[in-house]
Design a protein around this ligand. Structure first.
Ligand SMILES: [Zn+2]
Ligand SMILES: [Zn+2]
Length: 502
């Protein structure tokens, strides 16, 4: 049995979640966790609300309300949307004014200072006197110093780099469009340059998708800039060093995952030993699910912070995703071009949305959700095909689930076994390929039905493989057709069917 800490990047609680969030880290992390549990592994899945985001200040200004109040309201919405979509996070932490969170941030910060990875430097900071805001992130916009695209300071939505506002062209106040004043201030910095060798070694040992690997390699060559981690007059956590400002939220992500797990086990479950067994053990694998735009913090800063801490992990896996489009255009809540998760799962069966989103998962590249295609697929495949197959499998009802398999088909089962093992492995996980495999098996069963051949074992396999994606549907099919998931999985994991078919 292996142990996994599974994390989802914290969403900013300035709005509800739309289908882009679902197709990104949320659904994949949930499917990953359910799959590993299906295989008998021990997992804890955590996330939290990104209450210290600079954008919370901007939203507060726009709405004339306290950011904390907006955060609380949206966290409730976000949690309800996740529940409606069947995303089962073990613990969702509120980070605002949370002692667990603050302790973890301070621990990693002081560790960084002791390891000489964090140092102080005097640097100009952008301030708009007219609006009384600092332009570190939500209140500063210009052209990214890496790719040249229009971007807010701090985190480029286009290329995922952390653009340095000092080198961004046409840099302006986001609110009034005016130029900032430049004020000399002390800041804390994370030393990236002296950790390049360590980061290269980390990259070599970690499973990271190809485009993410290329990003980290690009960032490290030739000489990376160090990373500013404190800000004055912006959102962030007070670390008792007013001359340096507050640490910003991008610095605090790893501390957030540690704190969420600690709060889960020590406060909610009263089992502090389980926190230790997950976080203080070298055997645990840390698996992060994140949007590509969070790659700088997760692929560069956090490995440095974690390496020197008691929570260091030998095995880390980073699963980034690219972005989902809607009917060919970028999702945008400000332009009202989005579909909310809660609306879609209210109109359609939750498992149908989960399966379709898994098939579309923008893992290595963008994908497009076209509403009319989904509606048609829902009618033809999800409702008609699956119901017809379930009825046929019920009628077949063999003594042993593999009874209908023909002698020459063991090659097919070997292939299913190999593909399933690869796509569910923590080293090469893909919810998209898992969904594709299950749908292929259902479609193969449908062909058997047309040819009046036995199909029970294909339906049994598909429903078991697909259970982490469509938990309710798979349970219904298994109940109606008397499929024993534990037995099928045991046969699949141990490749017992090879003996059977010869
Ligand atoms: Zn950029
Ligand atoms: Zn301004």
């Amino acid at each position: 049995m292996s142990k996994f800490i599974v994390t989802i990047t914290p969403p900013t609680p300035n709005g509800d979640l739309h289908i882009g969030h679902l197709a990104g880290p949320f659904l994949s992390a949930d499917i990953f966790t359910r799959t590993q549990r299906q295989k008998g592994h021990d997992c804890v899945l955590v996330s939290y609300s990104d209450d210290y985001q600079s954008y919370m200040l901007r939203r507060g200004r726009e709405q004339g309300r306290e950011p904390a109040q907006i955060g609380e309201e949206n966290t409730r919405k976000i949690n309800l949307s996740l529940k409606m979509a069947g995303i089962e996070v073990d613990h969702w932490m509120r980070s605002l004014d949370n002692t667990c969170f603050r302790d973890a941030v301070l621990e990693l910060y002081h560790q960084g200072v002791n390891d000489r990875n964090i140092y102080q430097k005097t640097v100009l900071a952008p301030f708009c006197r007219a609006c009384n805001v600092w332009g570190y992130e939500a209140f500063g916009r210009g052209q990214c110093s890496s790719c040249g695209q229009d971007s807010d300071a701090s985190q480029c939505e286009e290329c995922a780099c952390a653009p340095n506002y000092l080198y961004m062209k046409n840099f302006r106040c986001k609110l009034c469009g005016g130029e900032h004043e430049w004020v000399e201030k002390d800041h804390a910095y994370l030393n990236i340059g002296k950790n390049v060798h360590k980061l290269r070694a980390w990259l070599g040992d970690s499973a990271v998708r190809l485009n993410s690997r290329a990003f980290v390699e690009r960032e490290l060559a030739p000489t990376p800039e160090d990373w500013q981690i404190t800000r004055h007059g912006d959102a962030g956590l007070d670390i008792g060093q007013p001359h340096l400002g507050k640490v910003h939220t991008w610095f605090m992500g790893m501390a957030g995952y540690i704190a969420a797990t600690r709060e889960h086990f020590t406060v909610n479950q009263q089992t502090p030993e389980l926190f230790d067994s997950f976080w203080r053990s070298d055997d645990t694998t840390l698996v992060g699910f994140l949007g590509y735009d969070c790659l700088y913090s997760h692929g560069i800063a956090y490995p440095i912070l974690l390496a020197g801490s008691p929570y260091a992990k030998k095995k880390q896996r980073l699963y980034t995703n690219m972005f989902l489009k809607l009917n060919g255009l970028n999702l945008s809540t400000s332009r009202n071009h989005a579909i909310w998760i809660r609306d879609l799962v209210s109109d359609y069966d939750t498992d149908s949305v989960r399966l379709y989103m898994a098939l579309l998962a923008p893992e290595e590249q963008e994908s497009d959700f076209v509403e009319t295609q989904f509606v048609e697929w829902h009618q033809t495949f999800y409702q008609n095909t699956l119901e017809t197959l379930t009825v046929a499998a019920t009628q077949e009802s063999p003594h042993f689930w593999l009874d209908g398999m023909q002698r020459n088909e063991h090659k097919l089962l070997c292939e299913v076994y190999n593909r399933w093992s690869a796509v569910t492995s923590a080293d090469s996980f893909s919810s998209r390929n898992l969904a594709a495999l299950a749908v292929e098996l259902y479609e193969m069963a449908y062909e058997r039905l047309q040819a009046e051949q036995p199909l029970y074992y294909l339906v049994a396999l598909a429903s078991c493989i697909c259970a982490p994606i469509t938990p309710t549907l798979s349970r219904q099919i298994q109940k109606r057709c008397s499929i024993n998931e534990a037995l099928v999985l045991d046969n699949l994991m141990n490749a017992n069917f090879l003996d059977y078919s010869i």
